[in-house]
Design a protein around this ligand. Sequence first.
Ligand code: HEC
Ligand code: HEC
Length: 319
Amino acid sequence: MSCGSGDSSCEKPRRRGALVMLGLMTLIFIALSVFSFLPSRGQAVPDAITFGPYRADDGKRVFQAYNCMGCHTMVGNGAYLGPDLTEVYRQAGPAWLAAFLPSAGGWPTQAAVRAQLLDPNQLADTGTDAIDAYLKKYPGAATRIERRGGGTTLMPNLPLSKDEIGQLIAYLKYTSAMNTEGWPPKIEAGALDRRLQLVHGPAAIAQAAPATAAAPSPASDPAALGAQLVKDYGCVACHASDDKKLVGPGWGGLYDSSVSLADGSKVTADDAYLAESIRQPDAKIVAGYPPGVMPAYDTLLKNDEVNAIVAYLHTLEKQ
Ligand code: HEC
Ligand code: HEC
């Protein structure tokens, strides 16, 4: 027999069927709701991830405040001027990021990353303060240093404070810990070179290779050694050799000039002041610049090397 419209003998089974379906849907709905509230589905949560005293959820706010998404993607969302940042912490690690973020206009050199290894937060995070062990643990840092260390980047320097840098690292640590179900797809070999060529032209790869110094004779000329050291240590990512302001003050004409400090006092930039500014940059903060952004080179540079850099600073004119 067939169920035509208005055939009352068919109403009952139809209604029963509909109710069974509705009951089933309700059960599925409740089960999925309960499941979504289970805390341990293997997903990282931002308020559980920190880098030293810095929290990932604060870092997310910094990421938004500086509109990093205006140039970068995160799990594929955002803009495509800069590379995707989802996995950059896992690849390059906190010390590389700490060297890169405050002076993003220049790629960190190995010595610039080494300067960050002294930070207790990064030691607690990675378990090492030795550069070899660090580069082994984060091969992405080694590749970046090798390919582009000391070169300039297309990213502008952003006026990030010390705390904001720590918070951003915590946030990038979180995004690296997210379960992205295999995203992003693996980049095939050679893709980075092609990207570089696309962005900078064919000469980019050759240019991006770190300048392996045609060493001047440093023994006889401390200023030449100083000029080499400020490149190797990545100082030039933050300081111009004329009086231009980058992340830090320009060095041109600095020697013997009068420097205004953040506490309102003035100091003459003699040899003692310059050496102290290199060893313990936070001892005296130049007015208008952030504290805590320049690494302390106290234990990284030998006496001779600090003196050589100071000798080099003597040679720099304003223009
Ligand atoms: C105006 C555009 C712009 C903004 C804004 C910007 N970036 Fe970038 N960033 C870039 C570009 C372009 C590159 C790649 C540089 C190159 O290849 O020369 C880059 C590179 C990076 C890298 C290195 C990536 C890698 O895989 O080596 C990191 C990390 C990074 N940016 C973080 C940030 C963060 C965090 C912010 C926000 C605080 C930010 N950027 C804001 C343009 C930008
Ligand atoms: C991450 C950026 C950064 C790096 C890298 C960096 N500096 Fe600085 N530097 C700053 C900032 C910011 C200031 C100003 C704040 C202060 O006084 O500490 C500064 C201040 C100075 C001053 C005092 C300048 C003045 O006008 O009185 C000297 C000298 C100096 N740096 C030398 C160096 C040398 C040498 C290196 C490398 C061995 C270096 N800096 C690496 C950011 C940096």
